[in-house]
Write a protein that binds this ligand. Structure first.
Ligand code: SAH
Length: 351
């Protein structure tokens, strides 16, 4: 068992089983032992790879899409360009480089990064030294907000509930034979799942992300004054079924065996995001592959390919395929935008 595992076992022995959300929060962000709090997990040598780490094209196209949205909204000044959970900062650095040539854009913006991991803040600062860091979206300035969140919502802790008649049993983490184990609480009605009684049946499992409503409504209120958000993640329209998973060294593992040493994620419930955007609007949920094609990834890939040969060219072609192909990230990952009720959606997305 890991050091964090021993702490959790002692805590559960003292005060009883904890929710999956409490377990995830400690595993990811415990100040001494949390997975993100203590390390840089990205890249081929790490536990997983994300789209901005696969190719510079991803951040470039997203940066240009936000700059186009800024042009379409009449080039407001004093805007906030923000990213939630920027990882290594690669996406923001690529977006800034690609938008240098957009007249007036950089002069109109300041960069704000919402990141709780001290280890990752350091990595981000080496690429984007002029940024301002935040622990939460609540301290983002009151200004038009152009925001990116790639694989951020999937890292937020979730609770899981199994339908039992007209009530629900919550999945809990307890201890048995000195090891962490899953159990179910007694059935009870759960007010926040009232609307799920109509689209689930006995035995179905649904997931609920407690932090999502506040984050989404806070950014949406700012966006209604100007700006837009591009939220990219794997997930589905409505949560149904167990999507909780642990990744270590690019392999799926049992999420209870190495607390603090594996990445824990769950699919994003995009309907839960959409439910919190008003009075701002949300776009149609769109596959990442279609979105990137609409932004011109193939033309960009061809332009970059003319300067490459040998292994570099082969891996560039593989990266394009990986980001867009339906059998790779193209359909598993989806994009939704939040945009003002007075504006059109950003490029690549439809109302
Ligand atoms: N967007 C990056 C990294 C995704 S991993 C990429 O695409 O490569 C998730 C990121 O969110 C990490 O930077 C992690 O430290 C951060 N994070 C996780 N939970 C957070 C929270 N509650 N508040 C702020 N940042 C968080």
């Amino acid at each position: 068992m890991t050091a964090l595992g021993d702490l959790l076992i002692a805590r559960i022995a003292r005060t009883g089983p904890i929710s999956l959300a409490d377990y995830m929060a400690d595993c990811l962000m415990h100040p001494q032992h949390g997975y993100y709090a203590t390390r840089d997990p990205f890249g081929a040598a790490g536990d997983f790879t994300t789209a901005p780490e696969i190719s510079q094209m991803f951040g470039e196209l997203i940066g240009l899409a936000l700059a186009q949205a800024w042009l379409d909204q009449g080039q407001p000044t004093g805007i906030v360009l923000a990213e939630l959970g920027p990882g290594r900062g690669t996406l923001m650095a690529d977006a800034m480089r690609a938008t240098k040539a957009v007249p007036g854009f950089h002069a109109s913006l300041s960069v704000h990064l919402v990141e709780t991991s001290p280890a990752l803040r350091k990595v981000q600062a080496s690429l984007i030294p002029d940024a301002t860091w935040h622990d939460s979206v609540s301290t983002l300035p009151d200004a038009p907000l152009f925001l990116i969140a790639n694989e951020f919502f999937d890292a937020l802790p979730i609770r899981q509930f199994v339908r039992d008649g007209d009530g629900w049993r919550e999945k809990m983490v307890g201890v048995s034979d000195a090891a962490l184990t899953f159990g179910l609480s007694a059935a009870a009605p759960i007010a926040l799942l009232e609307d799920r009684l109509s689209d689930t049946k006995d035995g179905d499992l649904v997931e609920h992300c407690p932090a999502l409503p506040f984050i989404t409504s806070t950014i949406s209120a700012k966006i209604q004054q100007g700006g837009c958000a591009l939220i990219i993640d794997y997930g589905d329209w409505v949560s149904l079924g167990d999507t909780f998973q642990a990744l270590k060294a690019q392999e799926h593992i049992d999420p209870l065996t190495t607390p603090g040493e594996a990445d824990l994620t769950a699919h994003v419930d995009f309907a839960a995001i959409a439910a919190q955007t008003g009075p701002a609007k949300f776009s149609r949920l769109t596959g990442q592959g279609v979105f990137l094609e609409r932004l011109g990834i193939t033309q960009r890939a061809q332009a970059l390919a003319t300067k490459l040969s040998g292994d570099a060219l082969t891996s560039h072609i593989a990266a394009h395929r990986r980001l867009t192909h339906p059998a790779e990230m193209g359909e598993l990952f989806k994009v939704i935008s939040i945009y003002p009720s007075t504006a059109n959606p950003p490029p690549g997305l439809e109302p």
